[in-house]
Design a protein around this ligand. Structure first.
Ligand SMILES: [Zn+2]
Length: 502
């Protein structure tokens, strides 16, 4: 049995005006794909491990992935999809395909870019060819993907820690399908609501109960898989919103019934989805007086994993204004890194940092500091973390020690050349920072950072900070997402108003 594996993964924030070009994708092909992903906690690591567990030969095609950001350019989408199809066409006789797609990819040409990939693949491989797709929990699941795939399997955790398990599940489903042991049929139900990102953590209420229900359904006879996707609120597309996908063995009615049951569960929690988070000023004030350190300040408006700029300065500005010491702020700012590199280790300099990528994430802030360290920006993570990745590269990186009162704990700005999600403590440890010794750590994230930071956190303060991943949907103008009709129950403020969908 020979099964191909590959994927194109991107979470596209349609409110981010910077499109994601081809160069933003890290692409592995053929044997390089195996070298890169074998042994990782990612679903592609699961596809590879499945070869041994289920006795198939794996044919690696292409795997492309970019940090979440603006819509994928037409060119990048066409080039990557075409190459995937060409590699499949040139492959020796195949029995099936395992395809990793994020589920919230939007291209300049397609609001349902994942659906378009599946459509083209299906057109090429034929109607009966086993094609099992995996999605991220943040998928805005499309009808097209469910209709045209043999089975769709979605992560069950956020922070995402079960990629590999889902990859192996997909591998099991496709081999049993090829062997004729099961005949997957699937149903999709999408309750018309928004599940705001602040409520999506699967380790606490209300989603822990919903995911437990999905797992319990999956344990029932003739149920092959039961998935719940949270949806991704930063893509203004018709597919926006949570979804339930249930795969049953040869029994469409059973799949439909299970999907409806789980969707009812989701619908029932919507009245409890209220929240009120502190603004930046209030959050920094709370952090400065906390005796439980380090305090993690969560910059939810600049959530890099949600497609933001990674250079928002609102919190940095406020830390400086309130005279807080002992903090660490990470900013993506290649110009500032270059200035530090020119100055050299040990040099003192004054420079403007952050707030440069767009006009939604604050102004550049003037800081003075001493270059403590320059680093190539590469680090390795072996623990199970949100992104399932092992090898990280944030580009040339500078650690700037910020001057303060002589008896105070030092503060640090970590300046990176690329936007880097804070999913691994190695980001700080690799440049010699001791995160547990600092008073305040600012993470540009929403929930995903928790797998790495929760174990060392003295306190966590989530902030309703401005930015392209603000948790308050009232700050956006949605035009295409009918799911937002159900919004007020999920919104931050009473006065929330939404555009009627066109
Ligand atoms: Zn996700």
């Amino acid at each position: 049995m020979r099964i191909a594996a590959g994927g194109i993964m991107h979470e596209s924030n349609t409110f981010n005006q910077r499109p994601t070009p081809l160069e933003a994708f890290r692409v592995q092909r053929s044997d390089e794909l195996l070298r890169w992903w074998r042994g990782t906690h990612h679903e592609v690591g699961g596809f590879i491990a499945g070869a041994e567990s289920f006795g198939y030969e794996l044919f690696p095609t292409l795997m492309a992935q970019a940090t979440p950001g603006g819509m994928v350019t037409r060119e990048a989408f066409e080039r990557l999809t075409r190459e995937l199809l060409e590699r499949l066409a040139r492959a020796p006789q195949l029995d099936g395909l395992l395809l990793a797609l994020h589920g919230a990819m939007v291209s300049e040409a397609d609001s349902d870019a994942d659906g378009e990939v599946v459509r083209r693949v299906r057109e090429q491989v034929g109607a009966d060819f086993p094609l099992v797709v995996t999605h991220d929990y943040h998928a805005n699941v499309s009808e097209q993907v469910v209709e045209l795939s043999t089975a769709l399997i979605i992560y069950k955790s956020y922070p995402h820690l079960d990629h590999r398990e889902r990859g192996l599940q997909a591998a099991s489903v496709i081999t049993r399908t090829i062997e004729g042991v099961i005949r997957p049929v699937q149903a999709l139900v999408k309750p018309p609501m928004l599940l705001n990102i602040v409520h999506q953590n699967t380790n606490g209420p209300p989603m822990d109960r919903v995911m437990a229900a999905a797992r319990s359904l999956e344990g029932k006879p003739a149920i092959v898989a039961a998935s719940v996707a949270s949806g991704y609120q930063y893509a203004d597309v018709p597919e926006l919103g949570p979804a339930v996908v249930v795969v049953a063995d040869g029994a469409p009615a059973l799949a439909r019934q299970g999907a409806r049951q789980l969707a009812d569960h989701l619908w029932a929690i919507r009245e409890r989805l209220h929240f009120r988070l502190p603004d930046v000023v209030q959050a920094v004030r709370e952090a400065s007086v906390s005796d439980r350190t380090p305090v993690i300040l969560v910059d939810m408006g600049d959530n890099i994993g949600g497609g933001s700029s990674g250079d928002s300065t609102f919190i940095l500005q406020e830390l400086l204004r309130q005279g807080v010491t002992g903090w660490v702020v990470v900013l993506a700012d290649p110009e500032a890194v270059a200035a530090c590199a020119r100055a050299g280790i040990g040099a003192s300099l004054q420079l403007h940092v952050g707030g440069k990528r767009d006009d939604l994430h604050g102004e550049p802030v003037e800081v003075s500091g001493r270059v403590k360290c320059l680093h190539d920006g590469r680090y390795e993570e072996s623990e199970v973390r949100h992104d399932g990745q092992r090898y990280h590269d944030q580009g040339l990186t500078a650690l700037l020690e910020i001057g303060g009162p002589p008896d105070a704990k030092a503060s640090y700005l970590l300046l990176t050349s690329r936007r880097q999600t804070p999913f691994s403590l190695q980001q700080l440890l690799s440049v010699g920072l001791q995160p547990t010794q600092q008073n305040v750590l600012v993470v540009k994230a929403a929930i995903a950072y928790r797998a790495a930071y929760e174990p060392i956190a003295g306190a966590i303060i989530e902030i309703d900070s401005p930015g392209v991943t603000t948790v308050n949907p009232a700050r956006f103008r949605y035009r295409n997402a009918p799911a937002l009709r159900g919004l007020p129950a999920s919104a931050n403020t009473e006065e929330t108003k939404y555009d009627k969908p066109h």
